[in-house]
Design a protein around this ligand. Sequence first.
Ligand code: 5GP
Ligand code: MN
Length: 326
Amino acid sequence: MQNKLAELLEGKTSVAIGGHVRPDGDCVGACMGLYQYLRNNYKDIETDVYLEEIPSHFSFVKGTGDIRHQVQPGKTYDLFICLDCGDAERLGFSGPLFESAAQTFCVDHHISNQAFADENYIVPDASSTSELVFHLLDREKITKEIAEALYIGIVHDTGVFQYSCAGPETFRIAADLLEKGVDAPSIIERTYCEKSYAQNQILGRALLESIVFMHGQCIFSSVSQAVMKFYGVTPKELDGIVSQLRITKGVEVAIFLYEQEPNVYKVSLRSKEKVDVSRVAVYFGGGGHVKAAGCTMPGTVHDVINNLAGQIALQLEPEETKTEEA
Ligand code: 5GP
Ligand code: MN
């Protein structure tokens, strides 16, 4: 795939890179890895990166200080490279730059991605978009800083190499990145082990208030705006709650909701073996992967859980699901 990027960049004078709203580790890693690569190797091309505010534990990644959070009116680019984003709407504020760019290229691993750009490199089996970006780059030109960004992306989308999306190729790439000088323990320390006291408290509260249903096959918890306000925690700081719910023994699907605005919930879904949560999320207008997906839903917590449970039940064994309700 190295030629693909070089071909697309031929004759271009300006490139914008953009990722999905509420950027996560893979989105930040893929965008910053590619950004640094273009800055180092295509000095004649004006390259800008557009992302919403990133979680503070990623701000040590090189180049994040250059991220643009606003679009200059009238600004257009020869090429827009869209990373880790399943549809154009998920680009958020950088969407107009995608629409106005002379050419667009999408690199992604979301199963829900419908190949919406002019050129698409979409591999749903890939661990992460950062892994795909790695394939686009000339390995000789991957610096320690680029390797660090891509490694963060892989680590965060594989749950530190624990999910099934981390296959042999993922480990080979991780090894190549380590050989570039990435300090793996320090990345884990800086991006997972610096939770604030308030974050741990809200995690504890979410676990305490979690409810198991459908004969122990589903678990959910929710956090209201009032609770976030009480602990002084923002939605970006709720990361990790859903994965903690997911590891409950016997659970097939974990659901975490936080209240985005009154009676509107952001839904995070995680599954183990039996349920393709991307199908559930897509049904409610969202998207994602087989084992990790999300959407936004209106209603009370009760409405949202009941609606989700209805869709999840369709994928679970009928005799295990028919009697209990959320
Ligand atoms: P999370 O639960 O961590 O927010 O998201 C899990 C996965 O689902 C991520 O890959 C994320 O990009 C995707 N996802 C989450 N929310 C949405 C959504 O509202 N729309 C789409 N298309 N994908 C989402
Ligand atoms: Mn990703």
